[in-house]
Design a protein around this ligand. Structure first.
Ligand SMILES: Nc1ncnc2c1ncn2[C@@H]1O[C@H](COP(=O)(O)OP(=O)(O)OP(=O)(O)O)[C@@H](O)[C@H]1O
Ligand SMILES: [Mg+2]
Length: 237
């Protein structure tokens, strides 16, 4: 369970988040809203890139904002950026291996887990390929394997489907849905692709100008007139 409690963020005169609260309880939850709504800022608060002026984020009883960013990673926070972080000079296997510094004590158990995750994301035959030789989609898949390594508890994706084809987006969505069953981690997904969000997110938070305008089961939220109004003139829901 992830409890976001009255989180506020200001950048000078800009209120990026205004007392945003939501309790995420589902395996996969979405965060949507028009450009500049504060979605990435909320993830930045989770990971520690941005300090909240007020509020708390409590995950499985742990007050995340009181931990240093390093300790958050050790706790099990994983983040995937739109531009995924795959090292070009490491193989797929080693890119994933470096994430397994906690949880698996023995070297052979670690390697077995890494191989399992690489197979799970569909890159078994690319395990020894260097990051620089991967396609954009393969880099994305490798990044998902990284996020699943080392006993994650919360995995966050910021626009993971950016630049992917419809088929690739569907494959990625299916993988994201498996994260909870495979690792026990809860997952948060920001995306502008409302179809993807509908497909994989059981519940969704909608932000607009830094405020929560809706939160609940995804289908209900997308049917909410306030949500439709927020998107009017920007994009179709
Ligand atoms: N480091 C920063 N310094 C100043 N203002 C910022 C900073 N980061 C974000 N903002 C502002 O905060 C607001 C929220 O931005 P944020 O990036 O969280 O939006 P978003 O919902 O992720 O938008 P998008 O869909 O375009 O990615 C915007 O007005 C943005 O200009
Ligand atoms: Mg953003």
């Amino acid at each position: 369970m992830i409890e976001v409690d009255k989180v506020s963020v200001r950048f000078g005169g800009v209120v990026a988040l205004a007392e945003v609260s939501a309790v995420f309880t589902q395996p996969v939850s979405g965060i949507i809203g028009p450009n500049g709504a504060g979605k990435t800022t909320l993830m930045n608060v989770f990971s520690g890139f941005v300090s909240a002026a007020a509020g708390r984020v409590v995950c499985d009883g742990e007050d995340l904002l009181r931990l240093s960013p390093h300790r958050r990673a050790h706790w099990g926070l994983r983040r995937s950026f739109q531009k995924e972080e795959i090292a070009n000079d490491l193989t797929v296997f080693d890119n994933v291996l470096v994430q397994t510094d906690r949880g698996f004590t023995g070297a052979s158990a670690r390697r077995a887990e890494v191989a399992r995750l690489i197979e799970l994301v569909g890159l078994a035959d690319r395990a020894d390929t260097f990051g620089r030789d991967l396609s954009g989609f393969e880099r994305r898949l490798a990044d998902v394997a990284k996020c699943m390594a080392g006993n994650p508890r919360l995995v966050m994706f910021d626009e993971p489907a950016g630049g992917l084809s419809i088929d690739e987006t569907h494959t990625l969505g299916t993988l994201i849905k498996r994260i909870h069953a495979e690792t026990g981690a809860q997952t948060l997904v920001i995306d502008h692709d409302v179809e993807l969000i509908s497909e994989i997110c059981d519940e969704t938070l909608v932000l607009d100008f830094g405020r929560r305008i809706a939160f609940g089961p995804t289908a209900e939220v997308l049917a909410d007139p306030a949500v439709k109004a927020a998107y009017l003139g920007t994009e179709e829901v």
